[in-house]
Design a protein around this ligand. Sequence first.
Ligand code: ZN
Length: 306
Amino acid sequence: MNISILKKAKNIIQERGRDSVEKYTYEMSKITSNSKYIAADSAVRSNTLAISKALSKSEDTRTLEAENAKLITKLAEVKLSLGVPANCYSCVACEDKGTLANGTNCACLTKVYYELSRQISGIAELPQFTFENNSISNIECVQKESLGMLYNSMQNYSEKFPNTSVKNILLTGQVGVGKSCLLSATANDLILRGFSVQYLTAFSLNNLFLKYHTSDAKIRHQYLDSLLTCDLLIIDDLGTEPILKNITLEYLHCVLDERVRKHTMISTNLSINEILIRYRERIASRLTNKYTKIIQLNGTDLRIKK
Ligand SMILES: [Zn+2]
C-alpha cells in the first residue's frame, strides 16, 4: 500500500470518527430529559450496579448479566426510536481508529484507501467495472464470448502482477467494443491489490507533455513523475490526440523508454499498421515488442446496446 495514500485514508477515518462523536453528543443532549430514555438508562445503571455488588460478594451473576444484555438492547432501541444512534462510532469494528485490535486494517480503511487510490489514479473517470461483477457479460453482443475470455485473461494478468509473462498489453478495436471496461476492471483489481495505477486518455497525456515542455525546468518533473514511477500506466484511446510537433512523439517515446521494465496498458482504435504510420518505427516497435501482448477486440458498439 502507498504510505501517503494510507495516511490520508486514516485521516479521513479519524475525521469521520470526530464527526460521529460530535453528532452523537448533540443528539444525546436532546434526549437526556426524555422519560423513556431516562427509564431505560436507569434500568441499565441499576442492573450494572447489582452485578458489581454481586461480584464483590463472589455471587453468581449469570442471571443479572443475561438481564443486562436485554436492558442494553432495550436502551439502544429507545435511543434509536428517539433518533440517536446506538453508539458514537461511525465504524463499530475499529471504533474509528482504522485498524483492528489485531493490528490489521479495518474494512472501512481499506474502502477509503481504495476510493482515494481510484481518484488519484484517474480511473474514477471510467465506469467502475470489476472482474467479479462485470455487468458487461450480461449484454448480448457478438463479442460476448471473446469479451468473457478477455476478462479471464486480464484477471489472470492481474493476479500474477507484477510477475507476468508479458509486461504490456496493447488493446486494439473499434470504438465502444469494451476496451475501456477491460481497462477499468484491471485497474480496479490492481488498486485493490495495493498497486499504483495511473490512467489517462492519450489526449490528457498529450496535454501533460505540452505542460512539461513549456514549464520551467525546476517544476516540470511534477507532470510526468507519477507516470514514470507507477506500477501500471494506462493510456486510453491512443490515436485520438493531435500530434504536436516536437512533443507528442518525442515525449511518448521517452515515457515508453523510461517504463521499459514496468507495465503499461494501451487501448487504441488504430490497427498495428496505422500505429506504425502515425507513430513511426521507433514508437511502434516499443508498442509491439516481445514483452507486449496484442489483443484485437472486434464486435458491436456496446454503448449503443446499453
Ligand atoms: Zn473500521
